[in-house]
Structure formats: structure tokens, C-alpha cells
Design a protein around this ligand. Sequence first.
Ligand code: GLN
Length: 557
Amino acid sequence: MSAKYIFVTGGVVSSLGKGLAAASIGCLLESRGLKVNLMKFDPYLNVDPGTMSPFQHGEVFVTDDGAETDLDLGHYERFTHAKLSRDNNWTTGRIYEQIIAKERRGDYLGKTVQVIPHVTNEIKTAMKKVAQDVDVAIVEIGGTVGDIESLPFLEAIRQMRQELGRENTLFVHVTLVPFIAAAQELKTKPTQHSVKELLSIGIQPDMLLCRTDRFLAKEMKSKIALFCNVEEGAVITAKDVASIYEVPLVLSQESVDTLVLKYLHLQADEHDLKQWEDIVHRIYNPKDEVNIGIVGKYVEYEDSYKSLKEALVHGALAHNLKLQVNWIEAEGLEQDEASRDAQLGDYDGILVPGGFGKRGIEGMLQAIRYAREKKVPYFGICLGMQTACIEFARNLCGLADANSSEFDPATPHRVIYKLRELRGVEELGGTMRLGAWTCKIEPGTLAHKVYGKLEISERHRHRYEFNREYEGTLTAAGLRISGSTPDGTYVEMIELPDHPYFIGCQFHPEFKSKPLEPHPLFKSFVGAAYEYGQRRKAARHAEEVEMFLRPEKVARP
Ligand code: GLN
């Protein structure tokens, strides 16, 4: 059986949540027993987002096969069981890279190479590749309708409809219906214009997902339906929600899945959304909250740590807790100890996430020292593991200048240095240790307890590694290496046995956490943080009682 296609486009403005809409439709179709795959086309010219600033682009999501992809792929994996790879994310740059390589090889046999049909054919081939062996392939077109860059992709999906017919293709357009406070009215004009723009390139949307902050009344839906030439039932209220995990439920209440089945002539089971309903129930009814401090340098822009934030949410949900995260700018911790302690004093757990470059490193080291000495649960991811090793070397092994050669190439103690196999490679694009690697865990470690097994596979994205020459010195002082590659080359996990919870990992576990399958490291870290917070609260309470009963005995600061 050949797959059906759902094409998701966006209009009016960016950031309407096309990725979440695509992921949620995937989730709904899976809940009806269908097999789905999802892919995204990004109209920019970079070959992949790997070399783009997280400020510009948000997180770089890494797949098992080591592709550096758009953060929407993270949503796809969190909401569905689709197995994503480099085939699931294409940029204009990568499409052209293929075409130019073919042209240089002479594959076009002397023809003039053109956007239509050569570029559009390349795009269609990529779409068809991910649609093998699934019932429905959901294809998200990045950017906003009307952008010059997205034209070849829109032309390609127009051709797909032409080729495969109405019952095998569905056009879903995500648009905005803003509420104008001055008029106290919802406005449909931007949606009308956006649909007109689509029509001008030959695409008549079948379904409109209208982002809005309130429910669209029947009259409003009829008006949009009339002007935009869609069925009234296919004008969907995509209302803002407090949790992204509610989106599938909101869309199913608006019968999106039923409509998709109808339009695509698909037979499927009744949907079963119990697990998602349970998640949403827990999100809105937490038993308590947990307060995590994340110390990094892109902290003012949450999108740069999308998966991390979600993985923490999953970890908190596993304990029925509401997650409070505070993003702490690492540079702000570089002053004196008193200000550091004041800034970090109220967290139940401290996390240093992945990152690149020198800025903020000293502040991260301060935060790690604080967590280590005060026995606050600590979780270091990638850079957060590397900095934990540097902090340990400096403050417990007497190696005052210990560093990573990334931050100080001349350091006498390169506790972290460049991956040996990459020495001499200077180009930035695609030179990292990327994707899934197997890691062997040492029996009897905290890592073993957390995972409950001795072999794991996690995703990587880094250039530098722990320098095994320092293993003896650091382990003699109490650091434990709890995970390594099976051949022993790379150190993958470290921990401190005399600390209640101090773990560092060279990989990025956040990429594999899902709301329905919280990652064990996030679950255990949040659990440890909550316990620590409860203990601290109890101790503070006891101190207050003591102060009340016997003020003379309690030394005042
Ligand atoms: N900058 C470090 C490295 O390249 C850490 C990378 C990361 O945290 N993703 O190894």
C-alpha cells in the first residue's frame, strides 16, 4: 500500500506551532493504530542547522544517525514513535548540494538544470523516501507562505497532489486568527490573505488550523469557510494551551483525526488517547513542585534548550511534580562566593547543559563547586560533564590550571581535550562526534541504578572528551567513571560516590526523553532534587521551631 501525505504549511506569521501541529496530528493518527512518519523542509540555505547559532535557530536536535536537525524533529519524536534520521529533515541548502553534486557528475546529461523540474523532483524524491512502509507521511514546510525561499517546496507539494490525487494528499494550513482588543473582535482577514497567497500558487487548503486565544464561534467558522473555500467542519480552533502535551487532545476535540481519515479515505480504529489524557491530567494536578536551576549561556532564549526543558518536564511528571526552571546566566556567577551562594541557594537541583565556547565557563565551575560542596543534586550534560571534571581536577586534585583545550589551548592540564580522531580537522561543519553510541555502564554505580542495565545507547554532539591520562589522578581523589564506550576509548559518564546525586554524561539524554517514556536520568535527577528540597525544607522548619522555642541557643548570623 502506498502512503498518504499530509502537508502542513503556515501562514500570516511564524511561530504558530506548525511543528507541534504536525506532531500532534501524527500522535492522533498513531492513537488510531496507523503508522506515521514525519519530515520537515527548511527553506534556508544552510546545509543543516549544525553551524547556526542557537540564538538564531534554537536547539539543534540530533537523531540516532547523527543528523543535526531542526528542533521540530524533537517534537515529532516526543509525540510519536516515528524513527527519525537525516532523511526526515531537509534544507534548501542540502537539496541544492545534492543537485550540484549530480550536475558536476554529469548526471543531468547536458540538460539545463532548473528549479522545475529538477529541484522539485529532488524534493519529491525526499518525501517519497520517508513515506515508505507507513500509512501516513506528514510533511511540514518550514517558513511562512509568501516567503520567496519556500516556493520550490510549495510547488513540489502542489505537484504531489496533482500526481497522487485528492484522496492521497491533504493540505493543512496553520494560520492566525488574532483578537483585536480595541475592536473586541477576532479578525479573519489575515487568514483570508494567507489562503489567497496559497491559492495563487495553486494550493487550495483542505483544513485550516486557526491559532487563536479563544474558541471560534460557529459564525466565525462559517465566515472563514466561505471566504477560504473550505468545509466549515474543517475550520479548526487551535486554541492556545498552557501545556504543549494538550495539543493532541485539543485537536481531537475538534475532530481533526476524524476529518483526516475522511479526507484521506482511511479506515482506522477508534482513537485511544488515555495515556495522553493521563499526562495532561497530571500536568494540571501536580502534588508539589520542584525547582531546578539551569546554569548556561544561552539561557535567555529557551528555544536553544528545547529538548532539555521538555525532558525535565517529563522527569517531573514521573513524580507528579510541577517543574519550575530558572535559567541562570553563568557569567553572573563569576563574582564572589556570597553572590554565587545567594543566586544558587534556593534550587533543589542544579544542571549545567551542553554548550560551546569559553564564555560563562568560570561561572559554571562556580555552580558545580557549590552543588558538590553543599550536596545539592547535580546533573551535568556534555559540557556540564566536562566542566564537572575540570572543577574536580582544580579543587580536589590540586591542578589549579586544569581546563579543556577548548577554553584554554595552552593549559598545562588538559583534563578535557579534542577528540583524538578529529585532531587536525579544522572545519566546523560536520566534524563532531555525533549520534548514537553504545555505552557500557560500571556495575554498582549510580548510573547502573538509574538505568537498571549495563548497556545503553545515547546521542552525542561534541568535539572534546575526557582525557584518560588524568583518570588515575581524578579517580584517586574520589571521582568515579561510571560509563565508557565498549572499547574503553571514550569516557561517557562520571559520578561522585560520596555525593547523594552527582552525575555527568558526555551524551545528550534529553534527545530521547518523551512524556510517555521519561528518560531515567531526568526522572532520577528530578526525584533526587525533590527529596533534597524536602529535606532542606524540613531542616529549615526545624531550625525555625528551635529558634522560636530556644532563641538564646540558636546562633544568629
Ligand atoms: N563544547 C564541548 C565540546 O565540543 C561540549 C559540547 C556540548 O556540550 N554539546 O565537546
